[in-house]
Design a protein around this ligand. Structure first.
Ligand SMILES: [Zn+2]
Length: 570
């Protein structure tokens, strides 16, 4: 639904435009207690849920900015609650997993030179292009790198599509289109038609270009394809950018990556004797061949680099018969912190985003800890950091899992749950991904809830929250959101409530707990369903699988090779 379009990486570009700068963490504060006199029940309970939300989103927690005193309070509260529930520290005897990160700020006066037929043209940062490095290097110098147009920059074996076939891009700069062929042609039989696939995400395009060994990659912006205008690209790529250090992330990095405005691309192609519109059409057909351009790129990119860190919190419940296999529940604890330079209320409390998700996994943990009979497989409850800075806490976890990924049955992510009352439905973001949805459908059906996809699948919501890092690595991942068919008022009321949240509270100081307007009955039903999926999977030997058309299926099959893979019973 609408809310899920925007949550949680608002701008859908390198990082959210509203992120703040994490600083080095300070000494841990004393563990903050829940509000005096609240007695927790050993079940999924509305009063308990609200209690967690009130504490986590209180002004005392300062908007839960990574690297601030709000981080210390947040991680200590989550740890204290996990201890109360009876979980064990999940990271080799520790509650916390340190997440290192690199903050990179490119010189705003950076220019990029594209030379066609000996004639240089200088592109300005922000107005004509954006460019950045995630290499962690303060200086990147690229000289006369030949440009090659690689269509959509997609290498998708299960789609029998490879824009890089037969091409050696070492030392070259690849230029490519945003989104995927199915989107631009609007053919439901090509990729997934209007619904954005993984290959349509700009992040994928840079990752693939890095795997191919290119020196630089530039995406040509167009508003329908990106689902946002150039201003969003410009704003999101100015100022500090965050990444994991190369040493803690196995993925290859491009020395330089960025975007060109549509207008700059049009004239670059025209000067090179190429017709961009005709090439766009050609690139949308199977068998497209990359086109070398009579142009080169020269770039001297200077950036300031600062090393920082934050923490994931991990609690564990051991399974009774298969403790080595685990189901994961995840929610990001971080939010946007406090903005002292702004007048008035400048604490971004993040009550919906994402105190609700953290409270949700704590309540689910409580239910599992008191379940009879106890779960046979283990459970991990992972409160990740740095979601708002680019899904970094979950990315780090996946690169350093505490249960091996081939022993991880699946993951359920909770991010920004709706508090508008009881619904007749639940939202599955990226519906049509894996058999986890079959399990959820069965459980939700017994609760009288239907499932539906998010309202705008062309925006690629499935690729914008923490579960995506598990998916990319091959672990089946489910993002469950609140439904919008409200029992009181139906879909119209639900959509209106979502729109109201997006306009007035999303990523604003007004995202606060409000006893007068919050109705958590729908959230509790969602948590019951989310718990039910894990209960089913931790009391069986099922290994839910990706559906056959999934781009993540191959990664799961590779890691599971030689192991029994049992699908859920029909
Ligand atoms: Zn969020």
């Amino acid at each position: 639904m609408q809310r899920h379009l925007l949550l949680c990486l608002a701008a859908a570009t390198a990082v959210a435009a509203c992120q703040r700068q994490p600083a080095a963490t300070t000494a841990p504060a004393a563990a903050p207690a829940a509000t005096a006199a609240h007695t927790f029940s050993p079940a999924i309970d509305a009063g308990d849920f609200v209690e967690h939300v009130k504490v986590l989103s209180s002004d005392a927690f300062e908007g839960r900015g990574p690297g601030t005193p709000g981080e210390d309070k947040s991680v200590e509260y989550i740890k204290a609650q996990m201890q109360r529930i009876g979980l064990k520290p999940g990271n080799k005897g520790e509650w916390f997993q340190t997440v290192p990160m690199v903050e990179t700020t490119a010189d705003p006066n950076t220019t990029l030179t594209l030379t066609v037929d000996g004639k240089p043209r200088t592109l300005k940062m922000g107005d004509d292009m954006v460019v950045a490095t995630t290499s962690g290097k303060p200086e990147i110098a690229i000289k006369d790198s030949p440009l090659v147009f690689v269509g959509y920059g997609v290498n998708a074996p299960e789609q029998h599509w490879n824009d890089y076939a037969g091409l050696d891009v070492k030392g070259k700069t690849v230029v490519m289109l945003v989104n995927d062929p199915g989107f631009h042609v609007n053919d439901p039989n090509l990729f997934e038609g209007k619904r954005m696939t993984y290959y349509g995400r700009w992040t994928y395009k840079f990752e693939e270009a890095a795997r191919e060994g290119a020196s630089a990659a530039l995406i040509i912006h167009d508003t329908p394809g990106a689902s946002y205008g150039w201003e969003v690209v410009k704003n999101s790529w100015s100022g500090a950018q965050y990444a994991l250090p190369a040493a803690s992330d196995p993925d290859p990095r491009l020395p330089a990556q960025g975007w060109l405005t549509g207008a700059q691309a049009q004239s670059l192609f025209a000067d090179s004797g190429l017709d961009l519109d005709a090439l766009r059409t050609a690139a949308s057909k199977r068998g497209f061949k990359p086109v070398p351009m009579k142009a080169t790129l020269t770039l001297d990119l200077k950036s300031s680099i600062v090393d920082k860190q934050s923490r994931n919190v991990i609690g564990r419940l051991d399974g009774s018969t298969h403790p080595d296999e685990a189901m994961v529940y995840m929610a990001h604890w971080d939010h946007l912190g406090k903005h002292p330079d702004e007048p008035g209320d400048n604490i971004y409390n993040g009550a919906v985003d994402n105190a609700t998700g953290v409270s949700g996994i704590l309540e689910i943990a409580d239910a599992f800890a008191h379940q009879t009979p106890p779960p046979q497989r283990s459970l991990l409850f992972v409160a990740v950091t740095l979601e708002e800075s680019g899904l970094l806490g979950s990315k780090y976890y996946v690169a350093h899992p505490v249960v091996p990924l081939d022993k991880t049955v699946g993951v359920i992510n909770l991010d920004a749950l709706g508090v508008d009352g009881k619904t007749r439905d639940l939202t599955v973001v990226g519906m049509g991904s894996s058999q986890l949805e079959d399990v959820l459908k069965d459980i939700a059906g017994k609760q009288g809830l239907t499932l539906h996809a998010e309202a705008h699948p062309e925006a690629g919501g499935y690729f914008r929250s923490d579960h995506f890092n598990f998916a990319k690595a091959g672990v089946p991942a489910l993002d469950i959101g609140s439904g919008d068919d409200l029992v009181q008022g139906g879909t119209a009321a639900g959509e209106a409530a979502g729109k109201d949240y997006n306009e007035h509270r999303y990523h604003k100081p007004g995202d606060q707990y409000d006893a007068a307007t919050w109705h958590v009955e729908g959230v509790i039903e969602l948590l019951d369903a989310a718990y039910g999926v894990g209960r089913e999977l931790t009391s069986s030997e099922q290994w839910p699988q990706w559906y056959p058309n999934s781009p993540f299926k191959a990664a799961r099959e590779a890691m599971m090779a030689g192991k029994p893979a049992t699908a859920p019973a029909p």
